[in-house]
Write a new protein. Structure first.
Length: 577
């Protein structure tokens, strides 16, 4: 959409309205929560084509009317359909090595750069009206439908009785290859962490998990199912004719811009085979603890404890809360030529130089426990165990921490304090837990506010009432003062500024882009050790942790919300139990 100041200039230049009317329109748009462009078009002050033509003149860009323009299929498909749909962008002509593209958003430089790198062509940007782009986007479907006819001819019913040879031919068929390539490429471009390909009764649904939230991306015809499944099986080196057993595999895609590993899981469901691909970006840089989101005091505690020569550091939280990333970040800090670091993981998510990484394989009896036992004979200084799942692994890890090793691992608990009773419930002796555990970090991932559309607001009475029902506001304000986020506990909550994202092109209109961690860092001090020995309850341990100024997940989240990194809604979403 065109920005408001540009629309105002156009209306005044064309002498369609005066300043007073413009102010009225702007006020009405704000009241009705409409974009000024929508209101102007709705009231028929100017038509869309004229508005965008005038905008092109002002922006010094050529204007193109795509109405009735038939675009060659090879040019159209230079921009993958999902990108064209999401970013309202069309490739319509190729002249020598210059690709002409029409857009409604001439400031979308990130997408232009992606297209330039993908095609290797120079770009000439044209402005077009949203309606003409939407109409032209339908040509993708015509092209795909025509190509799906070929798929239908090969396998009309989309059944799973095809021979291995049929499926192999289907998987190398150009439309299928292009569909799968587009799905993978677009997922990388959008920063998705997972791709879900789900067979329904009459169609094939594709969803991406972006910033922890699943969203629909596209729906493919049912007859594309066999080809897409076969293509992914070939990429992951899986059995093409196996449809009744779950299968796991992996493959990599490399280019000058990215190197991504895809972990593939296929499981039979009622309407076919469901595929989930986990994306692991191998070219991404390992972050620092500050970049992960640790506050200054928590950062100092983590730093002090990872420098200890032995003991155990546990990171806890649900699946997908970034535990492995935290452990890799710590390993990266510890990774020097003076130490031998070994890991047992399931699976090995990122390759790290100079670290001996082993992947467990239960089929041959290589479990966390047996792998850890073997590692101890390899003279390690630092050991990372992917997850403590059972008593045997917990016991070996604790004994390793006792005998001069620094042990890092993860555990599934809701917060830092409940990790201690959990280990006791596993049957680990209290004195062993007290003497070997150095630090427990609980964490969650929250979505960050999109920096392109961030705005500030004050909490309403309803917002404050909801917070008061859930949390101790007095204690929260005291924490904010301690952490120097606010000046006084006497400031009413209604006067504090918080932040949200309006939603824009850059963040797909959801107001969030990217994620950051919120943390609870429990240091095992002599006071906490005494309580562990006395088999204190989680509540008693929590009170003691609060006395030593431990920030809870919620408090850490509120600090980040107050600082404009995330929203209160997001903190409530991930911390509610």
């Amino acid at each position: 959409m065109l920005n408001q100041s540009l629309i105002k200039k156009i209306l005044l230049n064309q002498k369609l309205v005066d300043n007073k009317t413009i102010d009225k329109l702007q006020h009405q748009a704000e009241e009705e929560k409409l974009h000024l462009e929508n209101l102007v078009l709705e009231q028929k002050i100017i038509n869309e084509e004229t508005l965008y033509e005038a905008a092109a003149q002002m922006l010094n860009l050529p204007f193109i009317n795509l109405k009735g323009k038939i675009i060659r299929k090879d040019i159209l498909f230079l921009i993958p359909e999902p990108i064209a749909q999401t970013h309202n962008i069309i490739a319509f002509e190729l002249e020598n090595d210059v690709l002409k593209i029409a857009t409604t958003e001439p400031s979308d430089l990130q997408t232009f750069e992606f297209i330039r790198k993908k095609t290797g062509l120079k770009l000439q940007i044209f402005l077009a009206s949203p309606h003409s782009i939407q109409e032209t986007l339908k040509q993708y479907h015509k092209g795909l439908k025509a190509e799906f006819k070929e798929l239908t001819a090969i396998n009309e019913s989309g059944d799973t009785t095809s021979t291995s040879q049929d499926l192999k031919e289907l998987a190398t068929d150009l439309p299928v290859v292009r569909i799968v390539d587009t799905l993978l490429e677009y997922a990388i471009f959008e920063g998705a962490s997972d791709i879900h390909i789900e067979p329904m009764e009459k169609e094939l649904l594709v969803r991406y998990r972006i910033d922890g939230i699943l969203r629909d991306v596209m729906t493919l015809p049912k007859n594309a199912q066999a080809g897409v499944t076969a293509r992914i099986k070939i990429l992951a080196n899986l059995k093409l004719d196996e449809h009744r057993q779950p299968q796991d595999g992996r493959f990599k895609i490399s280019s000058d811009q990215y190197r991504v590993a895809f972990r593939v899981s296929i499981i039979p469901v009622f309407d076919g085979e469901k595929i989930v691909l986990r994306l692991l970006n191998e070219s991404s840089q390992i972050l620092t603890l500050e970049q992960l989101g640790f506050q200054k005091r928590s950062y100092e505690i983590v730093k002090a404890n990872i420098e200890k020569p032995h003991g155990m550091i546990l990171v806890t939280g649900p699946t997908g809360s970034g535990k492995t990333t935290t452990l890799y970040t710590i390993l990266n800090i510890l990774n020097t030529p003076k130490v031998n670091i070994a890991t047992v993981e399931d699976p090995v998510e990122y390759r790290m130089p100079r670290i001996n990484q082993s992947q467990i394989n239960t089929k041959v009896g290589f479990t966390f426990a047996s792998g850890l036992r073997s590692l101890l004979r390899q003279d390690p200084d630092i050991i990372m165990v992917g997850e403590i799942r059972d008593v045997e692994t917990a016991e070996i890890a604790i004994h390793a921490a006792m005998t001069g090793h620094l042990v890092l691992s993860t555990l599934h608990t809701n917060d830092a304090v409940s990790t201690l009773p959990r280990l006791q419930d596993m049957g680990i002796a209290s004195f062993l837990i007290a003497s070997t555990t150095n630090l427990i970090i609980a964490q969650r991932l929250v979505r960050k506010i999109c920096t392109n559309c961030i705005y500030s607001y004050n909490l309403t009475k309803e917002n404050i009432k909801e917070l008061e029902q859930r949390y101790n506001i007095e204690s929260l304000l005291t924490t904010l003062v301690k952490e120097k986020v606010i000046d006084s506990v006497d400031i009413p909550l209604s006067e504090l500024l918080f932040y949200r994202g309006k939603g824009c092109k850059q963040c797909n209109n959801n107001g969030y882009k990217g994620r950051i961690g919120i943390y609870e860092t429990l240091e095992i001090t002599p006071d906490i050790q005494k309580l562990i020995m006395q088999k204190a309850s989680a509540h008693e341990l929590f009170e003691a942790a609060k006395k030593q100024n431990m920030l809870t997940l919620f408090e850490d989240g509120i600090i980040k919300a107050k600082n404009g990194i995330t929203t209160i809604e997001e903190i409530i979403r991930v911390t509610k139990e």
